[in-house]
Design a protein. Structure first.
Length: 219
């Protein structure tokens, strides 16, 4: 079986806005599974940001990470497919007084932004949900300034959760899960490098944890 396997049953297709809108309320209330790892990812990302950083976050969900990065950037532009998720994000930003965080409903495929406009592009818990991650990574590469960074956190299900191959199609059919890509860390890193990035660091606190990848656009 291929290292990258897609799970889909035709119900809504990839990047189903309706699915994410439906779960937005519960998603906003859900606790972080590994708070220590999450805080470490925040710290490592913030250490990469230059003064007056322009940051683009793709698939921002309910805006938690965008708001946490706001004090370390001149601007954080957070995008997501789900308007319901963005509503929570706007509320979080207002509550935190994060006036430098803006939100836009867009996917990686539909977002329109100037080339080489961003010091950092973030894709946290996103790449394994994309139907064509290679095309997405090529687009992202074009948005990062030369010398800028692409930071991602991606669940590599083929490394440690192979049993989900049998479960996820049923969950998808029931409307309880989105389409998911099964991939190994090695293949993920290869995709990022093939898009033109130089991978500087890969960090996984445990074998089952998501792969936190820091990559840089040469220049």
């Amino acid at each position: 079986m291929d290292a990258a396997m897609t799970v889909e049953n035709g119900k809504g297709g990839w990047l189903d806005q309706g699915f994410w809108d439906r779960i937005a309320e519960g998603y906003a209330k859900r606790r972080i599974g590994d708070e220590a790892a999450y805080e470490e990812k925040l710290r490592r990302t913030q250490a990469l940001l230059p003064v007056e950083a322009q940051v683009l976050e793709l698939g921002c969900g309910t805006g938690m990470t965008a708001v946490r990065h706001a004090p370390f950037a001149a601007r954080v532009h957070a995008t997501d497919l789900s308007e319901k998720m963005l509503e929570h994000g706007r509320a979080r930003a207002a509550e935190a007084g994060a006036r430098n965080v803006t939100f836009e409903r867009a996917s990686v495929e539909t977002l329109e932004t100037a080339p080489a406009a961003w010091d950092a592009v973030l894709a946290m818990s996103l790449l394994h949900l994309l139907e064509d991650p290679d095309a997405a990574l090529r687009r992202i590469h074009g948005w990062v300034k030369p010398g800028g960074v692409f930071v991602s956190s991606t669940v590599c299900l083929a490394d440690s959760h192979g049993w989900l191959r049998a479960v996820l199609p049923v969950m998808r059919w029931l409307g309880k899960a989105p389409p998911v890509r099964f991939e190994r860390q090695e293949a993920l890193v290869g995709r990022i490098e093939a898009a033109g990035f130089e991978v500087e660091r890969v960090w996984r606190p445990t074998r089952k944890a998501a792969a936190f990848v820091v990559a840089r656009r040469p220049g």
